[in-house]
Design a protein around this ligand. Sequence first.
Ligand SMILES: NC(=O)c1ccc[n+]([C@@H]2O[C@H](COP(=O)([O-])OP(=O)(O)OC[C@H]3O[C@@H](n4cnc5c(N)ncnc54)[C@H](OP(=O)(O)O)[C@@H]3O)[C@@H](O)[C@H]2O)c1
Length: 303
Amino acid sequence: MTQSISTNAKVWLITGTSSGFGRELAEQLLGAGEKVVATARKTETIADLAETHPDTALVVALDVTKEETIEAALKAALDKFGRVDVLVNNAGYGLAGAVEEATEAEFMPVFETNVFGLIRTTRAFLPQFRKQKSGSIVNLSSIGGLIGSPGWGYYNASKFAVNGFSEALAAEMALLGVHVMIVEPGPFRTEFLGSSGKEAEERIADYDETAGKTRQYFQEQSGKQPGDPVKAVKAIIDAVNAAEPPKHLVLGKLAFDRMQARLEVWKKDLAAWETTSLGADFDKADAAAGQAAYADTRQAGKA
Ligand SMILES: NC(=O)c1ccc[n+]([C@@H]2O[C@H](COP(=O)([O-])OP(=O)(O)OC[C@H]3O[C@@H](n4cnc5c(N)ncnc54)[C@H](OP(=O)(O)O)[C@@H]3O)[C@@H](O)[C@H]2O)c1
């Protein structure tokens, strides 16, 4: 199917488009006449996108753990489309298992992909975004990047890192005309619990009631998650195109309810310990200058 190219079309580059959110995003965008640089570790999984949309789709190999493939993808995108308006850092996967059960050989690659891969890709694109003084960076985190759960320690840590990195980046890029949005989905029906999911090999019976339940969930719930990737992707596109895009886009009722409950717990803890919190500074006169200087750094990027 060939398609007329809209002159207002944005150029999107997406990592991890072989399945799940990434694939769905590429398909919806191409269907809407947008220009898409679809990337994957194995390009044969996405070759059909370029065949059906020869003018608006570019298929490029990109493994977020391999710097040279990121540089090559950026160059290919600029050669074909001249700019990149939206970078979607989507590639990532989960590892189930208790903190003590997972080995370094199992958890380091989670960070290599979910954290350092995302950072590496983002940094490669920042000079182009600064040059354009416009655009969006969309980082896939998770409700697990805001709230930790038993059996998800390393995945939680990787996605919390994505949130921290993205919030700082958002504050730096806002004045340069670039918006950073963090997507925080709950459970969605992709390959996340299927072919992409990993489990720690070692099992320790003492964790059966905690991480063990997560493992059971992992094994039994693939394909039964309540979240619909088609609707999630539509929501992401709408949010990117909104006049005032959110900083955090929480997706799915499970994630929304958990976040609401978490905010209540945080509010309660803050209120209950307010006197202790406020009492930890030097006395008023001594602390005032330091507090003002700190507030000034927060103000710069509206953080
Ligand atoms: N689905 C959920 O419930 C859920 C919830 C919260 C957050 N998320 C996040 O959403 C993002 C997308 O996941 P998904 O749910 O769509 O799962 P998915 O269907 O498993 O898709 C993950 C994608 O990441 C790619 N990928 C993995 N390692 C990569 C690497 N080193 N370089 C490039 N691509 C790589 C995979 O490609 P290969 O085919 O080559 O492995 C695949 O295309 C992830 O960051 C995930 O953590 C998902």
